[in-house]
Design a protein around this ligand. Structure first.
Ligand code: GLV
Length: 321
């Protein structure tokens, strides 16, 4: 019997593929670091029965119509704003993502980013590298406390909940805003559900973990930053599209808010000439939320398992619809 052909849009290690090779004919793009060019993606998708892709691939309506023969698209991410779900569904393509396996790792990074921003760790490191460390002085690199402050989490899904647990360990008060109430965090972590506006007004740390959708695009805009405390710190570990970056730049530059820690940007990758890199009150990371070796392996394994199950006529583990 012919094995289904799978195209993977990056080069991934052989040891991850090995367990699936009996049942799947696996082909992949030649680079680990560079995305597959669009023409090659189209060419390879035509020959494939299933696709394992990354957030760098735009799986839009045109692609779904062109590749409607695909049985499954396994997205190596929990977020799936790179995929036009309606078109995929219309073309009867199963779409899966990678929830759960990355929750704790992404929460770790989110909290690390919050701490690095509050305590000015990158500026502090650069002090040494740039020979700025003179005599010790009372307010040298004085940052913001984290313990006993108020964190406001926008988007109380799995990762939000894992961040809230970390915040609890720092004796923080937890506010959250979400499409629906999360009674578990209310009961177990004493988190309080508030309106978006109240969260912005009352939080020392505003943390975005909200997925990008039509409803959330640019939700952190000029008005949102003006509503935040002037001592407030904004952290974004979800998607750059939820932030109006010009408004954020202005808020940081004019000290309308104190600082921001960003793992995600509207247009990725950003370069060293991006306006935000000119500010000292930011910590900028290249979208590494789930980037621990173990978690990245788990994400790829889950994608391959989903594909394998679908070609065995079974339900994938983590379908999106
Ligand atoms: C990464 O950003 C993801 O959605 O998993």
């Amino acid at each position: 019997m012919r094995k289904p052909t799978i195209y993977i849009t990056r080069k991934i290690p052989e040891y991850l593929l090995e367990p699936f090779k009996d049942r799947l004919h696996i082909t992949m793009w030649t680079s680990e670091s560079k995305p597959v060019p669009k023409d090659i993606l189209y060419e390879e998708a035509k020959k494939a029965d299933g696709l394992l892709c990354l957030i760098t691939e735009k799986i839009n309506q045109a692609f779904c119509q062109y590749a409607s023969h695909l049985k499954i698209i396994a997205n190596m991410a929990v977020g799936y704003d790179n995929i036009d779900l309606e078109s995929a569904q219309k073309n009867k393509i199963i779409v899966t993502n990678t929830p759960d396996v990355l929750t704790e790792t992404t929460a770790d990074l989110t909290f690390a980013l919050l701490m690095a921003t509050a305590r000015r760790l990158i500026e502090a490191t650069n002090y040494i590298y740039n020979d700025q460390w003179g005599e010790w002085s009372p307010f040298m690199l004085a940052g913001s406390d984290i313990h006993h402050k108020t964190i406001g989490i926008v988007g109380m899904g799995r990762i939000g909940e894992a961040v809230a647990k970390r915040a609890k360990g720092f004796n923080m008060d937890i506010l959250y805003h979400n499409r629906s109430r999360n009674l578990e965090v209310e009961n177990e972590l004493n988190a309080t559900y508030v309106s978006f506006e109240d969260l912005l007004k009352e939080s020392d740390f505003v943390v975005s973990l909200v997925p990008l959708s039509e409803a959330t695009v640019d939700m952190f805009d000029k008005k949102a930053f003006q509503t935040m405390k002037s001592s407030g710190i904004f952290i974004n570990a979800s998607r750059g599209g939820v932030v109006d970056e010009d408004a954020l730049f202005e808020a940081l530059d004019k000290k309308i808010i104190r600082a921001a820690g960003l793992d995600v940007f509207k247009q990725e990758p950003i370069s060293s000439t991006h306006p935000l890199t000119k500010l000292t009150n930011v910590v900028l990371l290249p979208h590494i939320g789930s980037a621990s070796l173990a978690t990245r392996e788990k994400m790829l394994k889950l994608c391959l398992e989903n594909i394998d199950l679908v070609f065995q006529g079974k339900q994938p583990k983590t379908p999106i619809y």
